[in-house]
Design a protein. Structure first.
Length: 386
């Protein structure tokens, strides 16, 4: 009896721990090794080698980032994909990059794109041929939807729609700012969603109040600081005949003083230009030409200017009254007016005006394409359904 028990136990022990032969019906997929142009290559046996580089929950922000990535020279010969993934009631928008297909180059590609500030994560995986076909089709649908013919002009959007789309555009412009992407020091503080929402409302109100082209006004803030609140030209100064209250005097020469004249905030208005804009505002306020009580109270500065106590809302109004003054001064010539915002009335900066014009065109295209979906995302439409 003992011998039978030992034999039975020994058999089960051997059967459990022995190395079993592979079932011939099982197909084992091994990496494919090759030697191309003197370099080793290891690729998956089937499918595509991709890398997920970012995940969004906002479709417009996802598409804008996708559109930005596929236009970068470093990714000009690389496929960039935008696909959806559903997880319960929440939809994710995945940005993926097609790799060279060589496992040995994955780290090098990851390092190159991270150094340029184009990606935040790098999760490589192999997509089956069926999944790859689905990813390509979804990407084509997104591109087609956001490049559809304009059906609604920017000027026809409701204030709520305009504010919503503008907020998303600002968040996108901030996150792709080269100073943030390349981790320059000191980095500008990125704009947060609630800050973008408030700034969008301020820009809409001020542009409407002064009769400014909304896309141009939006373009100025994009060119100046990509909607982020940070001082600029910290060492810039100007000579004046005499110091005024609030001036930071750096040196004196006879009766003249050299004062600090750095630029402030989203609109990069210098301290001296801020004084000039405040005088324009007070003159306009006292003339009764415009009803300033129709503006939200947060946008109305006091009649006494304290340079170090100007908040972001007042800066937007000062930028608006300055642009209005320049347009009137040049009798409606927008090129000279916008160039003068940067170079001054005596020397309008044509190159600056070109940058603003391009930024304004980009903003208009983005907002009108988003509006073309009539409030419905591509994911919610029938376009992505089988």
């Amino acid at each position: 009896m003992l011998c039978v028990s030992l034999a039975t136990g020994g058999y089960f022990f051997w059967e459990f721990y022995r190395v079993k032969p592979i079932d011939p019906r099982i197909v084992t997929l091994l990496p494919v090794w090759s030697w191309n142009d003197g370099a080793a290559s290891v690729s998956p046996p089937s499918g595509k080698l991709l890398a997920e580089v970012e995940v969004f929950h906002d479709e417009i922000l996802a598409f804008l980032t996708f559109d930005f990535l596929r236009s970068r020279p470093a990714l000009s010969e690389t496929g960039v994909l935008l696909v959806t993934r559903e997880s319960g009631p929440r939809v994710s928008y995945r940005l993926m990059v097609e790799t060279t297909g060589n496992w040995l180059n994955l780290y090098e590609t990851d390092h190159t794109l991270r150094e340029a500030g184009y990606i935040r994560t790098w999760h490589p995986f192999v997509a089956s041929p069926l999944d790859w076909k689905r990813y390509e089709e979804q990407t084509r649908i997104f591109v087609a939807a956001y490049n559809a013919p304009v059906q609604r002009r920017l000027e026809t959007l409701s204030p709520a729609q305009l504010q919503d789309f503008t907020r998303r555009f600002m968040l996108f412009k901030s996150r792709v700012d080269p100073r943030l992407r390349k981790r320059m020091q000191p980095p500008p503080p990125p704009i947060l969603p609630e800050m973008a929402d408030q700034l969008a409302a301020d820009i809409i109100a001020v542009a409407s109040f002064y009769g400014l082209p909304f896309d141009v006004f939006l373009g100025i803030a994009a060119v100046e600081n990509n909607y982020m609140d940070m001082r600029g030209d910290l060492e810039h100064g100007v000579w004046k005949n005499k110091a005024e209250p609030g001036d930071i005097v750096l040196r004196r020469r006879g009766n003249r003083v050299y004062v600090l004249n750095y630029a402030t905030g989203v609109w990069q208005i210098t301290r001296e230009t801020l004084r000039f804009s405040h005088r324009l505002y007070v003159r306009d306020l006292r003339s009764g030409k415009r009803d300033y009580s129709s503006l939200p109270p947060r946008l109305i500065p006091p009649e006494t200017l304290y340079l170090d106590e100007v908040n972001s809302h007042w800066l937007t109004l000062y930028a608006g009254v300055l642009v209005r003054h320049l347009i009137d001064y040049f009798k409606g010539d927008m090129e000279k007016a916008i160039g003068a915002y940067n170079g001054g009335i005596g020397r309008p900066n044509a190159r600056y005006e070109e940058h603003v014009r391009n930024a304004a065109m980009h903003a208009r295209r983005v907002l009108e394409q988003a509006a073309a979906l009539t409030g419905e995302t591509v994911r919610e439409s029938d376009l992505l359904r089988p």
